[in-house]
Design a protein around this ligand. Structure first.
Ligand code: PAN
Ligand code: ZN
Length: 190
């Protein structure tokens, strides 16, 4: 029998989402996300859209993966900064998001093109059932920070979203931090 994992603790600053110790960080820039936004980016390709800090846990069904995501405030064209979004590789694997800071929209969609939006603000706990692709969008003026916890062997399938997109986009509307959910002209249904 293999050795048990060592327990470990991470401290999160509840105002900023900063982790101590910091965990394995992935960075997505505007340049990395070319083609994911509808507009061609006119801004700096090296601008950071979001970072993801992932806990060091094996990708096994008996474990719980978790990560902290920080989406900066900004837009490409009229579209707010957002995560790429994905289905889980194992489609039936579910997930929980808890928002720590900022204001966002959690966009979810099924393979058949149904979609839902749910609010994200400090203290909200969103449940993402199996079968729903999920993308988070920062519609506020500050960083959107949230903790995600998911079944360890879920895996992330980005290719399906890269090919088909989400049925809708979350765009700026009016002045300030108003937003609207509009059809995505590039969406390809399954
Ligand atoms: C989250 C996401 C994270 C970044 O941990 O992976 O917010 O979004 P993308 O993975 O779409 O770039 C999650 O949903 N994990 O399954
Ligand atoms: Zn996920």
């Amino acid at each position: 029998m293999s050795a048990l994992m060592e327990p470990f603790t991470t401290a999160m600053d509840l105002r900023t989402g900063q982790l101590e110790p910091e965990r394995n960080v992935g960075v997505r820039t505007v340049g990395d996300m070319r083609g994911w936004f509808l507009a061609n980016d006119s801004g700096a390709a090296e601008s950071v859209v979001y970072t993801v800090s992932t806990m060091p846990v094996p990708e096994s069904v008996v474990e719980l993966q978790s990560s902290t995501t920080r989406i900066h405030a900004g837009r490409v064209g009229d579209e707010f900064f957002m995560t790429k979004g994905h289905f889980h590789q194992k489609r039936d694997r579910s997930e929980i998001y808890m928002t720590v800071a900022g204001e966002g929209v959690l966009l979810m969609a099924t393979e058949s093109g149904e979609y839902r939006t749910e609010p994200m603000r400090p203290g909200t706990i969103n449940y993402v059932p199996g079968g729903w692709a999920h993308r988070s969008v920062n519609v506020g003026d500050d960083d959107l920070v949230f903790l995600a916890a998911y079944i360890g062997d879920a895996g992330q399938d980005y290719a399906t979203i890269e090919t088909r997109g989400f049925p809708v986009r979350v765009v700026q509307s009016g002045s300030g931090s108003g937003y609207a959910v509009v059809n995505n002209p590039r969406y390809h249904a399954a």
